[in-house]
Ligand binder design. Structure first.
Ligand code: PEP
Ligand code: MN
Length: 358
């Protein structure tokens, strides 16, 4: 074969490559259209019966020289790429996605603007035990010029025999504390039926790790006008976490703060493993503010400060940590809460490292 002949054949192959490219992209556009129709109809994107039919038709028409199995493999890859494209389109369409809204969402909690570029802090006991117990922490928060206080009234505990929280009584205590000290209170709600009542008492609804995929609770929190602090599930992927936030936002409530609180891994040196890289990923993928709970992620008092520094250094919008006047007698999480003196040291060191920008 002369070089000229070879060049001609190669030129034909080049042209055919471009024809194929055009065709597979045209096909991709059709697949995208199908994806949109399916989304509207609420039907599943992957349809194995339809895929089998397409493959059979292709095989019927295949005269070689490729074998059926080769042709099937090539087309299977094309189908897969189309499905991935539909998924990407779906991701782009998420309300919480950065692609949907480029600017950062700022959640305003009684003037505390989470997501404004400054670090924000939520401190308070694991559980509300009494007015006096919470008031002692509230006093210390107030003295630091801080605004947000946490405290669990409904405690989702691993054992049914452990302290379950004071319930509505606990919310009433928090309301009184908020009024007496001019603070904003964050408290976990576990039952969708309690959401409407809870908004009368608290400023932020917390959805805990164990409830991140309690879809009825997410929907109920999305249906009220109250900021939501959504914690990452114990074994939830970032994608599942983002979708949980989408559940809330899809109901009309966009005031959502994401909270990384560690995930369960094989590591036992800490209570959970703080997934620090989740912070910049969540900031990139969504427009929502992201906080880090250093108490439940580490379960260790000696790690609260270094992990809080890491959280702020990597771009978190704030830090949550537990403070109790006398951790040794706390009804829950006694091993990891700070006492008031430790809290003072923790906060002053953090402030030195991360002074307010404005
Ligand atoms: C809490 O913050 O009180 C709590 C129980 O945390 P988590 O849901 O992250 O375990
Ligand atoms: Mn706790």
């Amino acid at each position: 074969m002369s070089n000229k002949e070879l060049d001609q054949l190669r030129q034909q192959v080049d042209e055919m490559n471009l024809d194929l490219l055009k065709l597979i992209n045209e096909r991709a556009r059709l697949v995208q259209e199908i994806g949109k129709v399916k989304e509207k109809q609420g039907v599943n994107r992957y349809d194995p019966v339809r895929e089998r039919k397409m493959l059979d038709l292709i095989k019927d028409q295949n005269d070689g020289p490729f074998e059926h199995s080769t042709v099937e493999h090539i087309f299977k890859e094309i189908f897969k790429a189309g499905l991935e494209l539909q998924k990407d389109d779906h991701r782009k369409a998420l309300l919480v996605s950065r692609k949907k809204k480029a600017e950062d969402t700022i959640v305003d909690i009684k003037g505390e603007k989470i997501g404004d570029g400054n670090p924000h802090y939520i401190f308070g006991p694991c559980a509300v035990e009494s007015y006096e117990q919470v008031a002692e922490v509230a006093k210390s928060i107030k003295a630091k010029g801080l605004k947000m206080l946490r405290g669990g009234a409904f405690k989702p505990r691993t054992s049914p025999y452990d302290f379950q929280g004071l319930g509505i009584e606990g919310l009433k205590i928090l309301k009184k504390i908020a009024d007496d000290f001019d603070l904003a209170v964050v408290s976990e709600i576990v039952n969708p039926a309690d959401v409407e009542k809870a908004v009368e008492y608290i400023d932020v609804i917390q959805i805990g790790a164990r409830n991140m995929q309690n879809f009825e609770l997410l929907k109920a929190a999305g249906a009220v006008k109250k900021p939501v602090l959504l914690k990452r599930g114990l074994a939830a992927t970032i994608e599942e976490f983002i979708n949980a936030a989408e559940y809330i936002m899809s109901q009309g409530n966009g005031d959502i703060i994401l909270c990384e609180r560690g995930i369960r891994t094989y590591e036992r040196a800490t209570r959970n493993t703080l997934d620090i890289s989740a912070v910049p990923i969540l900031k990139q993928e969504t427009h929502l503010p992201v906080m880090v709970d250093v108490t439940h992620s580490t379960g260790r008092r000696d790690l609260l400060l270094p992990t809080a520094k890491a959280a702020l250094a990597i771009g978190a919008d704030g830090v949550m940590a537990e403070v109790h006047p006398d951790p040794a007698v706390a009804l829950s999480d006694s091993a990891q809460q700070m006492d008031i003196k430790q809290f003072d040291d923790f906060y002053s060191t953090l402030l030195k490292n991360h002074p307010l920008k404005v």
